[in-house]
Design a protein around this ligand. Structure first.
Ligand code: PLP
Length: 401
């Protein structure tokens, strides 16, 4: 058996492979440079062009760009009317922004457990958590696999709930043949460098609902409007009104220009992500004690993340040792995510430790492998080689593979 780098052996590669990375080309650079000297670097026409590019791609009427995906989620909670006393159900296996947006509005995030196979919010447990105070669901398409939206839609219809889809991982994915963006009342995309397309920082809400759209536009810019049709009075051409307590959450034209240019490459990016995920699954599906990502029949993931689960009985060394072994081989694995309710801030708010059993056992066994479109075939092979080396060394009763 080959000696692990962790134990002093030769690492599979000489340089660290990050788990994710943006891909900026010359065309992207030119688009930003052109924007710099166009006369508008913010509050100009590039914003609407980017919004239209994303709205057209997603097949929806309206899109509102924000300074980040987190700001966009905050806007969605505002538009949904979340306030004090309102409960919003979400998953614990997500980035903290998915539930923080509820706190920003004075609402109460309620965590329902994940499904043990898809790792997405479990519709059944969500139903159990619904009370008379529940107002919305923040459904996160974890790793890029869409949630079972027909199940959440059914709950929403029966209980009068608003569905906000956190699609930070799933731009370009399909569910039951339908594009992400058309399924929920409001859908959020993030343009952080690790996501499918980037604006450095940025986010967007897409919706078919005009009322939500108006509220999002207001919220993004201090709650101020100059639209003559929305004003209560009109003192003259200078006149504007602040009609709600909004924030300054605008994206710049430089970012939007980068975003529009990146959107032209989205399909190419998603194709490559799917290709790499298929190579991983092919290489790992038959390794005992490893669980490759389970995909629903109706889901066509856009593969933001590729998560392997190492069964504790087969790999008693535990996830931390596996993590360290990968890193020693210069494979930049990661862990997504620490259950949100276990975070110190949530603990102080009184959330019980370990409240979602599936989320807890998932967290103990999960590792995210590198996955981004710019990865070369050699990079992919390095990840496969390192995995085989590590499982061969750590599996209980190791056998050669
Ligand atoms: C990236 C991400 C967000 C938003 O992140 P920003 O960095 O604010 O754009 C929200 N939810 C999830 C699940 C994410 O991965």
């Amino acid at each position: 058996m080959e000696k692990l780098a962790l134990h002093g052996g030769q690492p599979v590669r000489s340089q660290m492979l990050q788990y994710g990375q943006q891909w900026i080309n010359e065309t992207d650079v030119e688009a930003v440079v052109k924007s710099l000297t166009s006369g508008y670097i913010t509050q100009g026409p590039a914003i609407e062009l980017f919004e239209k590019a994303v709205a057209d791609y997603a097949g929806v009427k309206y899109a509102v760009a924000f300074s980040s995906g987190t700001a966009a989620l905050h806007g969605a909670c505002f538009a949904a009317g979340i306030g004090e006393g309102d409960e919003v159900i979400t998953t614990p296996i997500t980035f903290v922004a998915s539930s923080n947006c509820v706190l920003y509005q004075g609402g109460k995030p309620v965590f329902a457990d994940i499904d043990a196979t898809t790792y997405n919010l479990c519709p059944h447990d969500t139903e159990r958590k619904i009370t008379e105070h529940t107002k919305a669901i923040v459904a996160v398409d974890f790793t890029g696999q869409p949630v079972q939206m027909e199940r959440f839609r059914d709950l929403a219809n029966r209980h009068g709930l608003i569905i906000i889809q956190d699609a930070a991982h799933s731009l370009g994915a399909l569910y039951d043949g339908k594009k992400i963006g058309t399924l929920a009342d409001m859908t959020m995309f993030s343009f952080h460098p690790l996501k499918h397309v980037t604006t450095a920082e940025g986010g967007m809400i897409v919706t078919d609902n005009e009322e939500f759209y108006q509220k999002l536009v207001l919220f993004r810019s201090h709650g101020i409007t100059k639209d003559p049709e929305l004003l209560n009075q009109n003192d003259g051409p200078w006149y504007y009104e602040m009609q709600a307590l909004g924030y300054h959450y605008r994206m710049t034209d430089l970012q939007a220009s980068l975003g529009t240019s990146q959107m032209n490459r989205l399909d190419e990016f998603v194709t490559r992500r799917r290709e790499i995920a298929a190579l991983y699954t092919e290489a790992f599906r038959d390794i005992p004690g490893i669980v490759v990502p389970y995909q629903l029949e109706k889901a066509n993931s856009s593969w933001h993340l590729y998560v392997l689960r190492f069964d504790k009985k087969s790999y008693p060394v535990g996830r931390k040792e596996l993590f360290n072994a990968y890193r020693a081989e210069n494979i930049g694995v990661h862990v997504h995510y620490i259950p949100v309710y276990n975070q110190p801030y949530y603990q102080e708010l009184g959330y019980a430790q370990g409240q979602c059993a599936n989320a807890e056992s998932y967290y103990e066994e999960a590792l995210t492998l590198p996955l981004f479109p710019k990865m070369t075939d050699q990079d992919v092979q390095d990840v496969i080689d390192a995995t085989k080396k590590i499982v061969g060394s750590f599996r209980k009763n190791p056998v050669s593979i």
